[in-house]
Ligand binder design. Structure first.
Ligand code: TXA
Ligand code: MG
Length: 359
């Protein structure tokens, strides 16, 4: 693909200058790509109704066409243009959680290009709450198809710099509004089937969903199951297969009590340092005193008592260790309540489900 000059344009996260938004909107209307901030992660946007423009998303990311895209909207009425039917549950959830980090999967209207839905009969729709994203969608006066703005298989970007690292030379413009508030991607909920199914835990927790929709089932990605099972599940939930987030650095998760985790990590660190490896560890504040003299490169995500902080720093931490050229990443597991379910899901994917249970 032809290389383009990539401009990083700083915009005010709360009140972006109309001229900056218009510059980005003009590119989108002309069928070009723009990286823009959302409250979850940065997105790589194109006009969802321009097939050629959507094609270039897949080319820029190196993403397979089998993985469908989320369509981003700014007004509730737009939903009716994208789907054939809006169930009562969808209305209630949209009212409660939009704008925000919830993506609803619904039967697709034929107006939605097949390249967006990967030829599936459903479309994923979300209304982000980031002021820059909303302003951009409104100024473009269309719907924006956008995956996370990373190269395929890499970590989702939570800063404009992350997106620049992955996509410079491939997109003309990146809007930089600083770090993303939530830091993990939106919750994906399939409402097109009889049983509402959580396909990806994210910014809206399973507990929050169940307060409005008690029947929500959690579609759990396979942990140590067979390859055949893995492939079958990948068809049910495209893009959720384990290899999707396979990191460039081998990553191991440690599960156990605080002191058990520390002892096991210290042993692992020593073994690998002795072999000449560079070990990186993602830690919580509570792990610092036990590991600070370990010789490993540490990245602190925040306190165990504030899982929102952990989520917000998780992807930046993985990228920081990768950029520090560590040859091995260790991380603890986290409680699966609230946003913790999304944290644990992303760590399982990053580690290819390599969990070390210490007892
Ligand atoms: O927070 C987010 O959702 C970010 C920001 C940019 O909005 N976007 C994002 O997009 O994470 P992406 O493409 O990286 O992940 C979208 C997920 C994929 O796992 C995809 O397979 C799933 O949503 N998805 C999209 N359309 C679907 C559909 N019709 N049925 C089932 N899953 C779908
Ligand atoms: Mg993604």
């Amino acid at each position: 693909m032809q290389s383009v000059q990539t401009t990083l344009l700083a915009v005010d996260p709360l009140q972006p200058a109309p001229a900056d938004i218009e510059r980005a909107a003009a590119l989108l209307r002309a069928g070009q790509l723009v990286v823009f901030p959302t409250e979850t992660v940065y997105g790589l946007g194109a006009d969802a109704l321009q097939v050629q423009a959507v094609h270039s998303i897949f080319t820029a990311k190196g993403r397979p066409y089998s993985d469908p895209l989320i369509v981003h909207i700014a007004e509730y009425q737009t939903l009716a243009m994208l789907v054939t039917h809006i169930p009562q549950d969808a209305l209630r959830l949209a009212e409660a959680f939009w704008p925000g980090p919830l993506t609803l999967v619904l039967p697709a209207h034929e107006r939605v290009p097949r390249i967006v839905t990967a030829g599936m009969p459903t479309v994923a729709v979300r209304m982000p709450r980031h002021p820059v994203a909303l302003a951009l969608i409104r100024a473009t006066a269309t719907q924006i198809a956008a995956p996370s703005a990373n190269r395929f298989m890499h970590i989702s970007p939570t800063t404009a710099q992350h997106a620049f690292t992955d996509l410079h030379g491939r997109v003309p413009l990146i809007l930089d509004a600083g770090p993303c508030e939530i830091g993990v991607e939106s919750t994906v909920l399939d409402l097109s089937t009889d049983i509402p199914t959580l396909l990806r835990p994210g910014g809206v927790s399973l507990e929050m969903l169940r307060t409005l929709l008690p029947t929500v089932q959690h579609f759990t990605s396979p942990r140590a199951s067979s390859l055949e099972q893995n492939i079958a599940d990948a068809h049910k939930s495209p893009g959720q297969m384990l290899v999707h987030y396979a990191p460039t650095v081998p990553t191991y998760l440690f599960d156990g009590s605080l002191s058990q985790i520390h002892t096991a990590m210290l042993t692992t660190i020593q073994q690998h340092l002795a072999q000449g490896q560079h070990v990186g560890v993602l830690i919580a504040d509570e792990d610092l005193s036990a590991l600070q003299n370990s010789g490993a490169k540490l990245y602190t995500l925040g306190s165990l008592t504030q899982p929102e902080q952990i989520a917000a720093h998780l992807f930046a931490g993985l990228r920081a260790l990768e950029e520090a050229n560590v040859t091995l990443i260790l991380c603890r597991t986290f409680a699966e309540q609230g946003i913790g379910l999304a944290i644990q899901d992303r760590l399982l994917k990053a580690s290819g489900s390599k969990i070390i249970t210490v007892s």
